[in-house]
Design a protein around this ligand. Structure first.
Ligand code: PMP
Length: 354
């Protein structure tokens, strides 16, 4: 039986994508070859890479606006470093909304001055700081749109005159934003996009070329752009499965269509968290993520019972991140509303029986 998969990432992907990828693992495009054994320079794979790149821009509404998409390796964590390597000359501004933002800050400090304009560390990253000034002389401003571990999500982004850079690893393609406000967006594939192993980087080309340092080839955005994301062997399978997932999303009606579903799923779960006296939300209500809902039990003594109830209901991956504890329900694009209903039923069942 298929589990109701709330895993935070790698995570659930559409069943249709799993089926098509399975078929291509045996025989890709009726070629008599597996996707895993063809050259990355073959036309069949170059077409996959190009479709993945163009679908990314199309879904984000960024076609023809001076942006290009790359599928790189090294995870979102390598982007913490690459962003600073390619763009930080003297000083950069960062918003600290949790572990991943802090990791980005740590890497940027290797390259110059880092101005942390605000932090929510005082309340264990359970909210998004709203009031802060971004220095006009910074090379860029970096923020994290969705804080996977804590379950907070930025609903508004500051208007900046300097390049706006965002780690969208855990909510890319899940909600409509004016993506043209951003100059660089990156996201590890392993949430809404595909399997682990590739990272989408969307860059407005005109922000590059400003730093004076020499940049090693593999860390140089310009070089990857010049080589159409094929400077070296890309993560062929991860890019392929990402492309299938992006096709699935386009066929469904794109980001606005999936956003409707994501909002319904989040509303269903948060209303149970709010109504049910046995549960408590972890974050400030206005900053709640529609992707990762974090909550705790009001009585720790119910833990064993609750854990066995959700496991019996076929639910997987509900434990909170080790740094926060409690529970985290990750409701990525491919998670059906029915799975959320199952969890809500288990939560209300616990209240009835407790
Ligand atoms: N940023 C965010 C928001 C994340 O959720 C994660 C991983 N879950 C990362 C960065 C790090 O990604 P990776 O493991 O691909 O380096």
């Amino acid at each position: 039986m298929k589990k109701h998969n709330y895993s935070a990432g790698p995570c659930i992907l559409p069943q249709e994508v799993f089926k098509e990828a399975s078929q291509a693992t045996l025989d890709f495009n009726n070629s008599g070859l597996s996707i895993l054994e063809i050259s990355h320079r073959s036309k069949d794979f170059v077409d996959v890479m190009e479709e993945a790149r163009s679908l990314s821009l199309e879904l984000l509404g960024l076609e023809g606006k001076g942006y290009k998409a790359l599928f790189l390796q090294g995870g979102a964590s390598l982007q913490f470093l690459m962003v600073a390597y390619n763009l930080l000359e003297k000083k950069a501004a960062y918003l600290n909304t949790g572990t991943w933002a802090a990791n980005a800050i740590k890497e940027a400090k290797l390259f110059g001055e880092v101005d942390v304009v605000a932090s929510s560390e005082d309340k264990k990253f359970s909210y998004i700081p709203k009031k802060y000034d971004i220095p006009a002389d910074a090379d860029y401003f970096h923020c994290t749109s969705n804080n996977t571990i804590y379950g907070t999500q930025m609903k508004k982004f500051p208007a900046t005159r300097i390049p706006l850079i965002c780690d969208m690893s855990s909510d890319i393609f899940s909600r409509q934003l004016d993506f043209s406000k951003f100059d660089l967006i990156y996201a590890g594939a392993q949430k809404n996009m595909g399997p682990a192993g590739t990272t989408l980087v969307v860059i407005k080309e005109d922000i590059l070329g400003e730093v004076s340092r020499k940049i090693p080839s593999m860390l140089n955005y310009k070089l990857h752009l010049d080589k159409d994301s094929m400077y070296n062997t890309p993560s062929v399978y991860a890019v392929y499965v990402s492309m299938l997932t992006l096709r699935w999303l386009k066929d469904l009606g794109g980001i606005s269509a999936i956003e409707e579903q994501n909002k319904k799923k989040a509303a269903l779960l948060y209303s149970e968290i709010d109504i049910n006296p046995l549960f408590k939300g972890y974050t400030a209500v206005e900053d709640r993520s529609i992707m990762n809902a974090t909550f705790t039990l009001s009585k720790e003594s119910l833990k064993e019972r609750f854990d066995s109830m959700w496991k019996e209901a076929g639910i997987n991956g509900l434990n909170g991140h080790r740094s926060v504890g409690g529970y985290r329900a990750s409701m990525y694009n491919a998670l059906p509303l029915e799975s959320v209903q199952i969890l809500v039923d288990v939560m209300s069942d616990l209240e009835r029986k407790a």
